[in-house]
Design a protein around this ligand. Structure first.
Ligand code: 5CA
Ligand code: ZN
Length: 409
């Protein structure tokens, strides 16, 4: 699949700092020191009801990761998937009497537009589940041949007990895992499973549903977790730097993915850091497709909201916090954008070299975007209250805000 166009990232004077980031697996902050090419896999959308503010907030976090790495003069190898066949997508297509491929294409197109408008840097590989099927089938066969998978009425399940490291990504107790499995696409109640948590690797063809050639597995379609493992291992290989997504992906999705990869390669963990963004709520509840309490980026854009203001609204919360989208959050971002634009539109101003370092330091410290915004606010307030005469300052501030925060002033 094609991704979306990249906005240019201006180069800044000096060099950025190495990223320290919170890792869900070790429950601590780790310093990632990727080689000359940093590798990141971010779980993509299931293409219906996209792009809501919760999605945008999560992709914003991982866009900052890239910007910090680029500022250290590294290259970034970024891979993202699109879950363009899965139960919830098929259910939505059925409900709305739509062809599921058309629904997926339409929503993926809208997602690309929203990502472009928000200046989110695109992945180098943007891969759909459907196009990944030829790579998924042999992995499921290998898991089965290794004794880590079993058949149940034609479906193939992964046995979580085949992985001694199972549980080390999300660090949850058995009861919490069981509850979350039922909530997030698993089927712990299905009779005949070895362990209620075992996730499906390959679902045998169902009448009226799409299916693909599964070689020795028979016709069917892939499970959700193996999709991301196949795409990540194919394009990035084992031991890449970050696997990212919202906190609702820690279990079961990232846990199961790490398990599949552990059995396939004998190595743990698949990603050096498992990084999770907090959940955005609306009216007191997590913004979610199933509840329908959604604010869409495209609707805000159509209503004339500047995408840079949306981006500033996302940046005003720490990526790990759960937070609530309100009109006030947006109003404050619109006002901030106006103040910043006024300050950099002057022909000269207060020197900004220290500001560049402050923004770098804030982001390298577990992506502390609110601290970065506060640093820019301080420069802007001082600039508006004084008559500095550094002619390079406004341009340097604009470039810093663009390069490190993805906001075009
Ligand atoms: N296709 C899978 C990942 S492989 C999936 O979870 N798709 S999704 O469309 O449901 O979500 C896309 C991303 O947005 C995920 O990282 C998810 O954790 C994140 N996300 C979903 N809802 C919210 C929310 N309310 N706040 C923050 N992030 C969210
Ligand atoms: Zn995923």
């Amino acid at each position: 699949m094609h991704a979306w166009p990249a906005s240019e990232v201006p180069a800044l004077p000096g060099k950025g700092r190495d990223l320290q980031i919170h890792d869900t697996a070790t429950q601590g902050t780790i310093t990632l020191a990727p080689g000359p090419v940093a590798r990141i896999y971010v779980c993509g959308i299931t293409p219906y009801d996209a792009t809501h503010i919760g999605h945008a907030a999560t992709y914003n976090a991982f866009d900052l990761v890239q910007r910090v790495w680029l500022d250290t003069k590294r290259q970034v190898h970024y891979v993202q998937n699109v879950t363009d066949v899965d139960d919830p997508l098929l259910e939505r297509a059925l409900r709305d009497n739509l062809d599921w491929t058309e629904l997926a294409e339409r929503e993926t197109a809208l997602f690309r537009e929203d990502m472009t408008a928000l200046r989110m840097l695109p992945p180098q590989q943007y891969i759909g589940a459907v196009e990944a099927i030829p790579g998924i089938v042999p992995l499921v066969e290998r898991l089965r041949d290794a004794g880590a998978a079993y058949e149940l009425d034609g479906d193939v399940y992964f046995s979580v007990e085949s992985d001694a490291d199972f549980g080390k990504v999300s660090n949850l107790d058995a009861e919490a895992m069981r509850l979350l499995s039922a909530e997030r696409g698993g089927d712990p109640e299905r009779p005949g499973k070895k362990n209620p948590l075992d996730p499906m690797l390959w679902m045998a063809a169902r009448p009226g549903e799409p299916s693909w050639d599964g070689a020795s597995l028979g016709p069917g379609r892939p499970g959700w977790h193996i999709e991301c493992v196949a795409i990540a291992l194919d394009h990035l290989g084992m031991g890449f730097d970050i696997q990212g997504g919202g906190s609702d992906l820690a279990f079961p999705h990232h846990e199961m993915g790490a398990s599949h990869a552990q059995v396939l390669t004998g190595e743990f963990p698949m990603a050096k850091a498992y990084v999770h963004a907090g959940m955005v709520a609306l009216h007191g509840e997590k913004m979610s497709k199933s509840k329908g309490n959604l604010v869409f980026v495209s609707a805000l854009r159509r209503a004339g909201v500047d995408p840079a203001a949306i981006r500033l609204a996302l940046l005003s919360h720490h990526y790990r916090a759960d937070w609530e989208w309100t009109d006030e959050v947006l109003e404050q971002a619109v006002a901030r954008l106006e103040r910043w634009r006024a300050a950099v539109s002057r022909p000269d101003g207060l020197p900004a070299d220290a500001l560049v370092e402050e923004v770098r330091e804030a982001l390298a410290n577990d992506l502390d975007a609110p601290a970065a915004l506060a640093a820019v606010d301080r420069w802007v307030d001082a600039q508006n209250a004084s008559d500095g005469d550094d002619e390079s300052a406004p341009g340097l501030v604009s470039r810093t805000v663009d390069a490190l925060l993805g906001v075009a002033l």
